[in-house]
Write a protein that binds this ligand. Structure first.
Ligand SMILES: *Cc1c(COP(=O)(O)O)cnc(C)c1O
Length: 487
């Protein structure tokens, strides 16, 4: 797939060649200059490629083949849960009763769509063990921010104006401290202990009457279950703070453990991760938030409710933090998640967690002979290796990631979590076969061997992709997003 050349339409342009046939003009021609005025009419024609329909087709198909996705290969991007996106979700999302509704339609006309959303809310309530759920937030990060605004509103309603601190473990995802800052809080960092878990003694030191909330991911970003969660919850609650669950790792425990039962007050889920919404490149997402009864009055409005056999949007919520997204959430992704939950059923969702955990442990066991495993214990759905042995040989984790591209694999997440040196965070997901896992493991082992015998080949990778090693800083700071004609 890599390095596949295809005709570029600008280079193929031939004067006068077109991809369309327009019928002859059967209305009077207008004078554009007269209609639009001099300023709006371009003086020189746009430099567009002149090509046939087939060439346009090949151009776009060629571009799409350069893309890499779950449908083309193994995608072990830790924390992102890049699982297979079942195609039945797409069929359901295209049913006219769903795809042709408009958010401005009267509720009486769209009861079916509202029922679907309400059922999804109910399923998510059951899966998380929370009292109520909003589907408005369009991503995990927005869910975090939404919940933090609700928790702030709760503290303020209780006259607790001094609670301005959010505690975040040093292994947390970057969106946690970012959401906390955006919601107007100060961030306090919490240490990880030698077992890769929250340092409970450190927590006791930082928690206090200025604590608004502790944000936790469980299992955490090292793929380890915070087994002291009950004690953690009682420490935070004892100080009057709230406990927030970053649900990005729910794929490890679905059907086995519920954040509501662990003592969490608010939860976000990433439907595009755990519940198979296709994602990547920044969207589309859905990050519903579940809360306890105590926080429910602060939910974003309108709140979708059931009254007798009708579904309604309730705007009469005086304590609500208000609307946080236009319309009613990312409808298409919510619908896909709903389809997934209904296709799997409760037993199916439990199996998902079982296989996700089994796959990760299998890979961890085989790979730990070749890469450092800083926290050597059973993992949940993902695990984090360190490339520090390879670094001593001059091969960085970034080089290993680039070398994987040569073998047709998407690399794992690298340099995250921040508390592991030269981190590689691997999440296989439950949908991969043992053969695929073995192919990836064997490739990782081969690269570890190359690092010893022939480090240059790893340091200079990738060798057979369309573009070679990029200057990542310039690519991020000054991206060239448009075709540029060679001079
Ligand atoms: C993906 C992720 C987030 C953020 O979720 P988005 O949907 O990408 O905004 C937060 N925390 C963790 C642990 C994640 O993996």
């Amino acid at each position: 797939m890599a390095n596949q050349e295809f005709p570029l339409i600008f280079e193929r342009s031939k004067e006068g060649r077109t991809s369309f046939n327009l019928p002859a003009l059967d209305v009077p021609e207008i004078d554009l200059n007269q209609e639009l005025g001099d300023t709006f009419v371009r003086k020189t024609p746009a430099e567009l490629p002149q090509v046939s329909e087939l060439e346009v087709m090949r151009h776009y198909t060629g571009l799409s083949n350069r893309n890499y996705g779950v449908d083309s290969g193994f995608y072990p991007l830790g924390s992102c849960t890049m699982k297979y996106n079942p195609k039945i979700n797409e069929d359901v999302a295209r049913l006219e009763g769903f795809s042709h509704v408009h958010p401005y339609q009267e509720p009486e006309q769209v009861q079916g769509a509202m029922e679907m959303l309400y059922d999804l809310q109910s399923s998510l309530r059951e899966i998380t063990g929370m009292y109520d759920v909003t589907l408005q937030s369009a991503a995990g990060a927005q869910g975090e921010w939404t919940a933090l605004l609700m928790i702030r509103a709760f503290h303020l309603a209780n006259g607790d104006t001094q609670r301005n601190k959010v505690i975040v473990p040093d292994s947390a995802h970057g969106t946690n401290p970012a959401s906390a800052s955006l919601a107007g809080f100060d961030v306090v960092s919490l240490k990880t202990n030698e077992n890769g878990l929250v340092d409970v003694e450190d927590l006791k030191k930082v928690v206090g009457d200025d604590t608004a909330v502790l944000m936790l991911t469980n299992p955490n970003t090292l793929g380890l279950f915070e087994k002291d969660i009950k004690e953690i919850a009682s420490i935070v609650h004892g100080a009057g703070g709230k406990l927030y669950y970053d649900g990005a790792n729910l794929n490890a425990i679905m059907g086995y453990a519920r954040p509501g039962d662990m003592g969490f007050d608010a939860v976000h889920l990433n439907l595009h991760k755990t519940f198979t919404g296709p994602h990547g490149g920044g969207g589309p997402g859905s990050g519903p938030v579940g809360v306890t009864e105590e926080l429910a009055p602060f939910l974003p409005k309108p709140v979708l409710v059931q009254k007798e056999d009708k579904y309604e949007f309730d705007y009469n919520r005086p304590q609500s933090i208000g609307r946080i997204k236009p319309y009613f959430g990312n409808f298409g992704i919510n619908l896909r998640a709903y389809t997934y939950i209904r296709t799997m059923g409760p037993e199916g969702l439990k199996k998902v967690s079982e296989f996700a955990v089994l796959n990760a442990n299998y890979m961890q066991e085989r790979l730990k002979e070749h890469y450092v495993l800083p926290y050597d214990q059973h993992c949940k759905h993902e695990f984090v290796l360190s490339g520090k042995t390879q670094k001593k040989l001059g091969v960085r984790t970034m080089d290993i990631a680039k070398r994987l591209l040569d073998f047709g694999f998407h690399p794992p997440t690298v340099y995250f979590p921040l508390n592991v040196e030269e981190a590689m965070m691997i999440e296989p997901t439950e949908t991969e076969s043992k053969e695929t896992l073995d192919e990836f493991i064997d490739t990782m082992i081969a690269i570890a061997k190359e690092a010893e015998d022939n480090p240059e080949i790893v340091q200079e990778a990738p060798h057979n992709t369309v573009l070679k090693r990029m200057d990542e800083t310039t690519a991020a700071r000054k991206p060239v997003l448009r075709y540029q004609k060679e001079q």
